[in-house]
Design a protein around this ligand. Structure first.
Ligand SMILES: Nc1ncnc2c1ncn2[C@@H]1O[C@H](COP(=O)(O)OP(=O)(O)OP(=O)(O)O)[C@@H](O)[C@H]1O
Ligand SMILES: [Mg+2]
Length: 501
């Protein structure tokens, strides 16, 4: 391979937080016209390294060079001035500004004489940059009215408007539909041909082989290796990331199912969910598949009382239950682990322990009505170990955990509650390969305890790997049901896109 131009080079970067050595002598380079994947388990230090490069954090030691020259990056402005742009996982577009206003935010086109923002120039330039990312939206609409996929395109257009050379994408595809992901990949390819350097973080290994040229692997805050994608395979990559081989990624366990625990009859919620009927038995994992927007999450939220049903009945253990709000659902033994755990699942300012036991703190009350801290801590410690949650202590504020480790705490919270019926939405989104398997093992434990589970997932191999039965949704309807034996990628996809035979 011919030598690529090194646009950016970080060497020997170290960074500590109280009680945590997040990075220790890490190296990372970005080359013109290439996509560099930055990989590692949850808490390995990927986001921290990118926050240093983009000026959110300052490094303790190490060197950053741009085009061979050492630079100082003390804040976001300095980083941007050097041609570095980061697109955070939580997109930073402002919903109540227009698309054009977002693209030129902090970089406004001001008329030099009047000092007034030249809206007309901004609109025209916005269209130009949107065209470059193949996005046809109107620059005058409010960002709150466009899809997440388009918001991402606005972020990239914003980067292009800033004279960027290095674009960092931190888990960009987690909230995108398949079609939006394909579109993003096309844009990344065109950025490559225009000699931008892209740094790409993802836990979806298939994406790495699809669009990345090189990888840099971190483990426990340390640099493991940099190599070309063509020189590695899936197994080698996993071993580099995790430090061991992972066998049997989907540890399926068959259990003879018990009685029906949850039954839903003709459930509808306006036009989002229409006339859905199914049952889940004790000791069963019912997978729910379907394209994004097919009504899977809406179905879950209707059962959970977050959305008001417009028709239908819900039965628990054979008795009809009235669910008008979330509390009704919880009182009837139904819990829902939301897909958007950042927004809906956790309290950012509370500790790991508090977040984990908040929902079931009453179960730790002793006969004097005070909390038995010892048994609470026993559970918290057990789940930190079981899910290998990376935290310096149970007292750490959850905001300071890495994205994936925050997810694990929230998953532990619902697993600890061990309700009769557990609905889990995208259980392993943002979770590294090793920890995914640990989550499946925990689901198997709950299965053995006779819990009834509904697992919504966009990851087909996960649906096929651990479900006992599979429902497929299409445009708010139930498109079909498949047994574990009859299900494969093709049979699911056919139903998901609305092909009936
Ligand atoms: N502001 C902070 N205060 C304290 N510790 C922090 C802070 N930010 C990150 N950490 C710690 O630094 C380590 C690296 O975190 P980082 O977010 O970089 O991981 P990551 O590789 O991005 O993981 P993920 O895949 O889960 O997003 C973790 O142990 C995390 O808890
Ligand atoms: Mg991260």
């Amino acid at each position: 391979m011919n030598e690529k131009k090194t646009l950016m080079k970080m060497t020997g970067i170290s960074k500590s937080f109280p009680g945590v050595k997040a990075l220790e002598h890490v190296n990372l380079s970005a080359y013109a016209g290439e996509v560099m994947a930055l990989l590692g388990e949850n808490g390995a230090g990927k986001s921290t390294l990118m926050k240093i490069l983009s000026g959110v954090y300052t490094k303790d030691t190490g060197k950053i060079e741009i085009l061979g020259e050492e630079v100082a990056i003390n804040n976001i402005k300095e980083s941007e001035a050097l041609g570095i742009t980061i697109i955070h996982q939580e997109l930073s577009v402002i919903p109540n500004l227009t698309v054009a206003e977002n693209i030129f935010l902090g970089n406004e086109k001001v008329n030099k004489i009047t000092g007034i923002i030249n809206k007309k120039v901004e609109r025209e330039r916005a269209i130009l940059f949107l065209n470059q990312v193949g996005c046809k939206i109107d620059p005058d609409v409010l960002v709150s009215e466009i899809s997440i996929g388009d918001m991402q395109m606005v972020e990239i257009a914003k980067a292009l408007a800033k004279n960027t050379s290095v674009i960092i994408m931190d888990e960009p595809t987690t909230a995108l539909t398949d079609v939006e992901t394909q579109k993003l990949f096309e844009v990344i390819k065109s950025l490559k041909t225009r000699n931008f350097a892209v740094i790409y973080i993802s836990h979806r290994m298939e994406e790495i082989f699809k669009i990345c040229d090189r990888i840099t692997v971190l483990r426990d805050g340390k640099f493991v290796s940099e190599c070309e994608v063509k020189d590695i395979d899936y197994d080698k990559l996993i071993t580099m990331m995790v430090g061991r081989k992972i066998q049997d990624q989907f540890p399926y366990k068959k259990i003879e199912p018990g009685e029906t625990v949850l039954e839903v009859k003709n459930l509808s919620c306006d036009n989002r969910v229409q006339d859905i009927s199914f049952q889940v038995k004790a000791g069963e994992i019912l997978g729910v598949s379907g394209l994004m927007g097919s009504g899977r999450t809406e179905l879950a939220k209707t059962i959970f009382g977050e959305y008001k049903k417009s028709n239908g009945e819900i039965y628990v253990d054979g008795t009809e239950v009235k669910i008008n709000c979330i509390k009704d659902a919880i009182d009837n033994g139904i819990c829902y682990l939301p897909e958007d755990r950042k927004r809906e699942g956790m309290v950012l300012g509370l500790s790991v322990r508090e977040n984990m036991t908040l929902a079931n703190i009453k179960t730790y009350e002793n006969k004097f009505k005070s909390i038995d801290r010892k048994s609470e801590m026993k559970d918290v410690d057990e789940y930190i170990k079981k899910l290998s949650i990376k935290t310096p202590s149970t007292k750490q504020i959850i905001r300071n955990l890495s994205g994936g480790n925050q997810q694990k705490v929230i998953i532990a919270k619902w697993l600890l509650l061990a309700p009769k019926v557990l609905i889990i939405d995208e259980p392993t989104r943002g979770i590294d390969v090793g920890a995914k398997k640990e989550i499946y093992e925990l689901l198997n434990e709950l299965k053995a305890m006779g819990k009834a589970m509904i697992m919504i997932s966009s990851d087909l191999s996960e649906i096929l790997g651990i479900s006992d039965r599979i429902l497929v949704m299409h445009e708010g309807h139930l498109a079909g049901e498949l047994t574990r034996e009859n299900a494969n990628q093709e049979s699911i996809m056919k139903l998901a896109v609305g092909i009936n035979n």
